[in-house]
Design a protein around this ligand. Structure first.
Ligand code: TNX
Length: 501
């Protein structure tokens, strides 16, 4: 009977993947004869006992057995073994994220050439087992899996509304479950400066708070200790944290704390409580450059990874047009217009970061005033800036707002049907591809991947944050990880998933 069932499953694609509800969909699942029955329990065993392997086993155990205190137990009588193994390989590259899972009737073998691959194997296995807790049985199978894109990100804006480290950790957990690997932490903006900088305490004392109309003081920030804690928490889950320190625009909070950063330092400054694009931006003066270099010194020390995001979006040039300092600099450096001045500004920071071995990322607008060779472009209005950057030979991350902006409502408002563009349903996210037809085949490797962006102007607390993210993040994860996509099949797996909702 079981055999008949097995064959029925085998030949009813995508039917069989409804038994195996893994999101994002693995590259290949081959069903084999027989079942693994784990009524007597499961037990995790590692080949080797180095700290990193034990760390992966501990997290795997936590998510499988749901206990924060969980330790890898000795094999119990009757419990089926899940074996974790790093494969030796001459070309073991740390960027490799592939893994395999083999389910036999008496054990499960998860293998990878890298720790991060093994971690993803465990994430898939967690979904396999948790989704089968009612039957305590899964079919024998072989899964081989590798991602389509290397960069699979999520941005969280903690400036417009502030979120505690606990909430940030929950989101990192969710990202890890979905095999997303870059947490883009939007830490500075007009409405709040959220990262402690020891040399400039007013950034958080003043810039971390705004006074609302009713007199309520809203805000918050992360201490350097908390930042380190998040970076370590993410690293344990193979997630890179990219901090964003916005310049030259979206900088009102810093300016409110240190008015000398503005071209009009004598005008009154406050941390704004309204949204939108602000005209007061960093003045391109030596004192601003020195300030930013000092800030970057502390930021680089906190984030060990290679990339720092320097913003570059939505910076109106009104203030620079009127500023003696800005105009004199343009003349001295033979810059034709204010866009070129923005490029000069960013390049100065990029060169400084390069002395520390860091690479710089900027929003799409940075392609306007000239593009340096090593900067990464994050294309957000649409894919055009990305396509232009690729023609120039730069690497890009695609995050066009019509597919990737999770601040947009999930359902079209009945009251405002004209806001069609601001509606982002699950299917549309699923259809997202970071690629564009106009990118020549030989340059496609410059598209590193894509990212979901969670801007929080209207996301006031963690409940709404979760509402905006799920289930769209699951669709985004599959759009970035899986080569073979099928929305109906994805929906089935999502509906049947006990893990992701
Ligand atoms: C544009 S995306 C912005 C954000 C806003 C967002 C709202 C980008 C680089 N800038 O500052 O929060 O739209 O959807």
């Amino acid at each position: 009977m079981r055999l008949i069932l097995l064959f029925a499953l085998l030949f009813s694609l995508p039917g069989f993947s409804q038994v195996i509800n893994i999101i994002p969909n693995p590259s290949k699942i081959e069903l084999k004869a027989g079942f693994l029955n784990f009524k007597q329990g499961l037990s995790i065993k590692t080949y080797g006992d180095d700290a990193e392997l034990s760390g992966i086993a501990r997290l795997f155990g936590n998510s499988l057995f749901g206990s924060k205190e969980w330790k890898v137990p000795e094999s119990k009588n009757g419990a089926k073994l899940i074996i974790l193994q790093i494969l030796e390989s001459p070309d073991n590259s740390s960027a490799d994220e592939s893994y395999s899972i083999r389910v036999f009737t008496d054990s499960v073998l998860i293998q990878s050439h890298t720790y991060r691959g093994l971690f993803y194997g465990c994430e898939s296995a967690t979904q396999l087992f948790i989704n089968s807790v009612l039957t305590n049985e899964i079919p024998c199978m072989e899964i081989t899996d590798t991602p389509q894109y290397a960069y699979r990100g999520m941005l969280l804006d903690v400036c417009r509304h502030f979120f505690s480290t606990d909430v940030v950790k929950q989101y990192i957990d969710l990202m890890a479950e979905l095999k997303l690997n870059v947490f883009h932490w939007h830490l500075t903006d007009d409405q709040g400066w959220r990262i402690e900088i020891k040399k400039y305490p007013r950034l958080t004392e003043v810039g971390g708070w705004c006074t609302q109309k009713d007199g309520f003081k809203y805000g918050g920030y992360y201490t350097q200790k908390e930042i380190k804690e998040i970076v370590a928490y993410a690293a344990e889950r193979y997630i890179t944290v990219i901090p964003e320190i916005e310049l030259p625009g979206h900088s009102s909070a810093a300016i409110a704390a240190y008015p000398f950063l503005s071209c009009t330092p004598n005008e009154p400054k406050t941390v704004p409580t309204t949204w939108g694009i602000k005209k007061d931006i960093y003045c391109p003066s030596d004192s601003t450059f020195n300030f930013l270099k000092d800030v970057l010194d502390e930021v680089c020390a906190l984030f060990p990874e290679q990339y720092i995001h320097m913003g570059g979006d939505e910076a109106p040039k009104d203030a620079w047009k009127k500023s003696r300092i800005a105009q004199a600099l343009m003349q001295r450096e033979h810059l034709k217009n204010e866009e070129e001045l923005q490029h000069y500004f960013l390049k100065k920071m990029e060169d400084y970061l390069a002395t520390k071995g860091k690479r710089c990322i900027g929003w799409g607008e940075i392609v306007k005033g000239g593009l340096s060779d090593s900067v990464l472009v994050m294309s957000w209005l649409n894919k055009k800036a990305g396509v232009k950057a690729i023609a120039h030979g730069n690497q890009v991350i695609m995050t066009p707002r019509v597919y990737c902006y999770f601040d947009y409502p999930q359902k079209l408002s009945d009251k405002k049907p004209t806001l069609w563009m601001l509606f982002l349903g699950l299917h549309k996210v699923y259809r997202f591809s970071p690629m564009a037809n106009s990118i020549p085949v030989e340059k496609r490797n410059l598209v590193l991947g894509g990212q979901a962006n969670v801007w929080t102007e209207y996301i006031i607390d963690e409940k709404r944050l979760h509402h905006q993210i799920m289930p769209r993040l699951a669709a985004m994860a599959e759009a970035l990880w899986s080569k073979h996509k099928n929305f109906a099949d994805f929906r089935e797996r999502l509906n049947n998933s006990a893990v992701l909702k």
